[in-house]
Structure formats: C-alpha cells, structure tokens
Design a protein around this ligand. Structure first.
Ligand code: ACM
Length: 578
C-alpha cells in the first residue's frame, strides 16, 4: 500500500512572481517584421508584452533544466525559409529532428545539407571530439545573429542542444499546423551544458490504470523536452497485468481486466467503499512495446520495464492460481492496498518469472530490468504451510531470507544475460543480491545502505518524488489522491545525494526519478496534472549543478514553459502556492 509517510511543512510564498511571468509568457504573435539585430540581451523578465524586442530577447531565461552556463549575447538569430541545416557526420538524425520540429508551425521544410556544402544563414550540427570532457550527454550551443552551432561529443548531447534551442524559440513552434505572423527568433547566447546525474527518470504506473500507447509517446516527448532519460514503465501489479507474454495467454485474457474499481477514499472500513461498476483494463502487445521502445530511443530515453515480483501479483495469480500463496483471486484486485496473495517463492514461480523476463529481454534493450521486490507481506508467507515447506527445503532461517533467495535467483539469471537487476529498497532485507541497483523509496536509508556497500542507487523517496501525493494543503481543491503532501517547492529543494555518503559512495547515486502511481489517477489528463510541473522541477534537480538551482529564477522560467505546455495540450497544475 503506497500510503504517504510524510506531511511536510511549507513556507507560504507569494503569488506575484507567478502572475508577472505568466503575463510575460503570453508573447505577442504579431511583431513588426524588421527587428533590429542588436537588441540588448538583458531585458528584465517582466518585459511588457508590446515591446518589439520581446520575441527576440524575452526567452533567454527559458531553459529548464537550467544549463551549467548561459552567456546572453547581443542580438538574435531568426529562422527563415532559407535557413539551412548543415549536418556533420553522425548528426543527420538530430538534423531531421530539428527539421521536423520546425516544419509544421513555420510551414518551411528546411533543407538539410552537408557541413561543407551549406552556405549562408545556417544551423550547424556536428559531433566534436574536442568537447569530450562534457561527457556523452553534454553539448555546446552557440546562437549568433548570423547562425547557430550545436556541437557535442555524442548524439545524445546534440539532441539536448536541440531541446535547449527549442525552448528558446517562441512557444508557437510547438503547433502542428502553420502559424502566421510569428517571428521565429532565438536570442543570441552561448550555452555550455552537461548533466549532473546519469539517471533522470520518470516512472509511470500503467497497471492500476491502463494508459494507451499514444499517451505513453506523449509522455516520452515531454520527458525529452526536459532532458529526462529513463522511463520506468510499471507494467504489472495487483490490479492489472499489462504485457502480453507468449505461452501465458491468461495473463492478459484474465489479468488485464477487472470488473470494477474502488473510486472513493481507501479507508480501513471496506463497508464504506464506493465502487465504479465498469470494466477497466488493457494491455500492450509486443508490437506496442517495440513502438514505444523505438520512440523512446529516438529521444535518448531508455525504457526500464518493471515486472513486480513476488508481491503485487494478484492479477497474475488470478490468471494462474497455482502460483499464489493462497490462489483464491478470480480477477485482478479492484481495490487499493496490499493483497495477501503473492507468489509462492518456489521453483514453479521462478520458472514463471524467468519465462516472463525472457520475453521482456527480447523486447527491451535496457541494461536495467526492474523486478519490483517491494512490500511482500511476510506474515502471510509465515502462515502458509506451503511456503514454510519451501523455506525448510532451502534451509533458510526466515521469510526475509526467502525473499532474498528469490530475488537473488532473478539477479543471477539477469546477470548471466548481461542485464542489471533493479529493485525497490525492500530487496535489502535478508541480504542484497550482488548485482542489484536499489530504488530507495521508503526514505533514504535504503539508498544509503546500498551505496555504502557498493551498489548503484536511484533516489526515489516518497518525501520528494511521489507525484501521486497532494499538491495542495487544501485537499478539497484537488482531485482525490492517495494522500500525502508534496508541493512544488519541496520537489525543487530536493538533494539526491544524502549527506551521510562519502564522495566515493556518493558516486553510486545514479540520480533520481519521479513516481506516478495511478490508483487515483484514472486518465492521461489526470496523470499530466499530477506530474507537471513537479516532474519538471525534478528534472532540474537531476540535470543542473546544485549551485545553479535558484527557486525564483526557476519560477520565471517555468512561466515560459507554461506557454509551451498550453500549445502541447498538457493539463498542468497552475503553480500557485500550496
Ligand atoms: C512502492 O511505492 N511500493 C515502491
């Protein structure tokens, strides 16, 4: 049960900066045609919307996550029908992505040419080994009145240069049909950038409520805009199994559908529960998954699948009751909270798990495979004669040892196939498997213990990264949620490296990730409302140097971002005081 453990305090903040930047974000669409090229770059954020300079200079403070270094320069570059995209070797994919970005709204499909062939006003993209010190995701972006240069040591960096360039263009560039009367200008600037963390994640639970492929692709687009690079796809849980698996047809025939759903508050007294008596479900075919994985890869996002084992498996047990400790469920669970019925940790369950994972490996090239490992109700294992016989046959002392044995087998199985196992921090109990990466969700102690013993860690504590928690103290003003309270400024203030770690141990912290659990999030729009802008605040935590974090400046940049989300049809929550 993912009940919140924290109701943090928050300082009351004033609304005024939001209002100012919102006004500024609504840039005028009809600017005079002949903007001088030498406009000052340092105009105040609260520039009145009617100044002709606005289209050129206003968005300088626009990029989220904040780059390592930004130097505004005089003037601006204007994209026109004659602009050429000059692509060096290895830059052709990003060149096409740039042309695709610009074409619908401008109405111009810009010509892509070789670096040597292109003359005139151009946007140059090239791989540059002299920038190797920026790492595989770093980049340099130079915008001047006469041209733009994007350079990076590797393709991912070029892609991120493009995302920064995109955020400097007027928001109308995101329209998918021609927009007239906009000057497609970008303020002159020099940006040098690289991420602080390699794991900049977004988790989406599609088990409690199924989310269609089209929405998953939109989610990936929104992640890429913010330079997020790990999509943790929570595919199975008590309430639904979402992955078609050859040889196990009932997983999706039975496990993907439930007759009804708990809609009201989840209280201890089940007689008060309110039901929606409507069938809910859905699942992904292998082709659906391939489409999502390819779409993500084109945006430099790794899709990390999660098959939650051995608990959170009611949907699988409803399909194949012999796998369960009790095996009594006939359909996926319709209410929230923990089921008593989890896999028996025996060789039959292992055969099932490895069969499923073998299919997962064919679909997901990710180096990391998530096997859950959270919230096994040990009490029920202790009460089950069948589980006790397994424990005795293995000569194990207690239930945590049994869980550790089961997870350890999966770890070894994945390692033998060249993949790394990821699990929630419960996998520490009873002894951590040798190759495991730990997601620390019940606070930070699991992450600290894992990093101190040489394991990789992704920091995902409920206190700062559970975006299914309320965004306001006034719950009546918000959609019904699982509980908790996690306002935007708390997310923004998060520091993923616990102070308890030495510098060597700290290097085990791969990064951080925002969680969207969907018990009370029924639709894509509701998921957007809970994730945005909190996920974007976390993108800055994950990408930008700690020294670049500045809450006031972030709020100004977020104002620009809101205009972009309006065009992209993102149902964000207005960032007002909680
Ligand atoms: C979790 O929220 N049970 C990982």
């Amino acid at each position: 049960m993912r009940l919140p453990s924290r109701t943090g305090a928050v300082t009351v903040r004033r609304l005024a900066p939001w209002l100012a930047c919102l006004a500024w974000a609504g840039q005028p669409a009809h600017l005079p045609a002949h903007l001088p090229a030498h406009l000052p770059a340092h105009l105040p954020a609260h520039l009145p919307a009617h100044l002709p300079a606005a289209a050129c200079v206003a968005p300088t403070r626009a990029i989220i996550p904040a780059p390592v270094s930004v130097t505004p320069l005089p003037g601006c570059f204007e994209v026109s029908a004659g602009t050429i995209i000059a692509a060096g070797r290895g830059a052709d994919t990003v060149a096409r992505q740039l042309a695709d970005l610009l074409a619908p709204a401008t109405g111009w499909r810009l010509r892509i040419a070789d670096l040597d062939a292109a003359r005139g006003a151009r946007i140059e993209l090239r791989l540059d080994a002299s920038l190797d010190s920026l790492g595989p995701e770093g980049y340099r972006l130079d915008v001047g009145p006469n041209g733009v240069t994007m350079r990076a040591p590797a393709a991912a960096g070029l892609f991120y240069a493009l995302q920064s360039f995109r955020q400097l263009l007027p928001a109308a560039i995101e329209r998918r049909a021609r927009v007239r009367g906009v000057r497609w200008t970008v303020p002159a600037t020099r940006i040098t950038d690289r991420p602080r963390f390699s794991w900049r994640g977004s988790h989406l639970d599609v088990a409690r409520h199924f989310m269609p492929v089209e929405f998953v692709k939109k989610w990936l687009d929104l992640m890429a805009l913010q330079k997020l690079n790990r999509f943790h796809w929570h595919l199975t849980d008590d309430q639904g199994w979402r992955l078609e698996v050859p040889g196990w047809p009932r997983l999706t025939e039975v496990g993907a559908w439930r007759r009804r759903t708990l809609r009201g508050p989840y209280t201890p007294d089940s007689t008060t529960w309110q039901w929606e008596d409507r069938r809910h479900g859905g699942f992904y075919t292998a082709d659906d998954v391939r489409e999502v994985v390819a779409y993500a890869a084109a945006r430099h996002v790794v899709v990390v699948p999660e098959v939650d084992l051995p608990a959170h498996t009611t949907a699988a047990i409803a399909a194949y009751p012999a796998l369960g400790t009790f095996g009594t469920a006939t359909e996926p669970q319709a209410w929230w909270g923990l089921s008593q019925d989890v896999l028996v940790p025996d060789s039959a369950s292992l055969a099932f798990a490895t069969d499923v994972l073998a299919h997962v490996l064919t679909l997901f090239p990710s180096p990391w495979i998530h096997v859950g490992g959270d919230e096994v109700p040990m009490r029920y294992w202790a009460e089950s004669p069948r589980v006790q016989r397994v424990k005795q046959a293995l000569g194990l002392a207690d239930e945590p040892a049994l869980q550790s044995w089961f997870i350890g087998r999966l770890d070894a199985w994945l390692a033998a196939r060249g993949r790394r196992m990821v699990g929630w921090d419960e996998i520490l109990e009873g002894g951590l498997a040798p190759n495991a990466t730990v997601m620390s969700w019940r606070g930070t102690s699991g992450g600290i213990a894992a990093a101190q013993t040489g394991h990789d860690v992704v920091m995902t504590p409920t206190s700062h990264t559970y975006f299914d928690y309320y965004q306001s103290r006034d719950r009546s003003a918000e959609p019904l949620a699982i509980g908790g309270f996690l306002p935007l400024d708390s997310v923004y203030a998060y520091e993923p490296v616990p102070a308890a770690l030495s510098p060597g141990q700290a290097s085990r912290v791969l990064g951080t990730q925002g969680q969207i659990w969907t018990e009370y999030i029924r639709t894509p729009k509701e998921a957007e409302y809970m994730a945005f802008p909190r996920l974007v605040a976390l993108s800055e935590v994950a990408w930008s140097p700690a020294s670049r974090r500045d809450w006031r400046d972030f709020r100004v940049r977020l104002g620009v971002q809101l205009a972009r989300w309006r065009v992209l049809d993102v149902a964000f929550r207005r960032p007002v005081d909680p």
